[in-house]
Design a protein around this ligand. Structure first.
Ligand code: ATP
Ligand code: NCN
Length: 219
């Protein structure tokens, strides 16, 4: 049977329960051999990040430690960022496809906020040649295809696959998880921490300890 992997890219400033739930949801649905979490290096569509690359990667390791499935933190986007290269998912997928070969089932996971802007991603139409794209609903964002840019709606609705099809093919399918609903964002957490609140219901305890030890998100 071909190797199966799910990729969860993000800024993780900081990682929170929503990310962990998203990874767990699709790791189980797709029965992956590995979940690979990939912190961005230079996310070209985001304002400056608060925590350093090292801190965001450290927090990711803490958040995903001890899961009942294999998790790896992939630092390739941070390495490219250190060379001044913007983070493009297409570059990451090309590297991982070259690493795992043509048969591996590779699924890129994301929330509905990114689905709504998917046509702004670098070389977005080429992405389906490297991975499947699995999207989780997110409170406040419309995932009905009618609410999406027409080209994104067409691309995603014409490629819809079942979990079984995604598990058994290398790339090119989409999946929309309408039943996922975790109302947490890193923006909300940064704001709460800046107000001096603990945000302990939103972040894994080890990550909260790390944030306190490193005096992050106070300003
Ligand atoms: N609560 C959530 N439900 C579903 N998807 C989520 C959730 N939180 C984050 N994601 C998804 O995880 C990926 C990484 O998200 P990111 O690190 O930017 O966190 P965020 O909470 O969206 O951050 P920010 O508030 O700073 O924009 C994105 O694809 C995003 O859509
Ligand atoms: O490739 C792109 O142009 C692109 C544009 C926007 C977002 N992404 C990726 O989408 C993932 C989630 O991004 P974000 O900003 O929600 O943390 C992360 O892996 C980003 O690198 C990728």
């Amino acid at each position: 049977m071909a190797y199966r992997i799910a990729l969860l890219g993000g800024s993780y400033d900081p990682v929170h329960h929503g990310h962990v739930a998203l990874g767990e949801y699709f790791a189980a649905l797709l029965q992956v051999d590995q979940l690979r979490v990939i912190p961005t290096g230079l996310p070209w569509q985001k304002a400056t990040l608060k925590a350093s690359s090292q801190q965001r990667a450290d927090m990711l390791g803490l958040a995903f430690a001890g899961r009942p499935f294999s998790v790896a933190v992939d630092l390739q986007e941070i390495a490219r960022g250190a060379q001044g290269l913007p983070t493009y998912t297409i570059d990451t997928l090309r590297q991982i496809r070259a690493e795992l070969g043509p048969q591996a089932s590779i699924s890129f996971l994301m929330g509905a906020d990114q689905l709504q802007r998917f046509d702004t991603w670098h070389e977005w139409q080429s992405l389906f040649g490297y991975a499947h794209f699995c999207v989780a609903a997110r409170p406040g964002y419309d995932m009905a295809t009618a609410g999406l840019p027409p080209a994104v709606a067409e691309a995603f609705s014409s490629r819809l696959g079942t979990p079984q099809q995604i598990r058994n093919t290398p790339h090119g399918l989409t999946y929309l998880a309408q039943d996922f609903a975790v109302d947490i964002s890193a923006t909300q957490i940064r704001a709460a921490l800046q107000r001096g609140e603990k945000a302990d219901s939103l972040i894994p305890p080890l990550v909260l300890d790390y944030i306190e030890q490193h005096h992050l998100y106070k300003s």
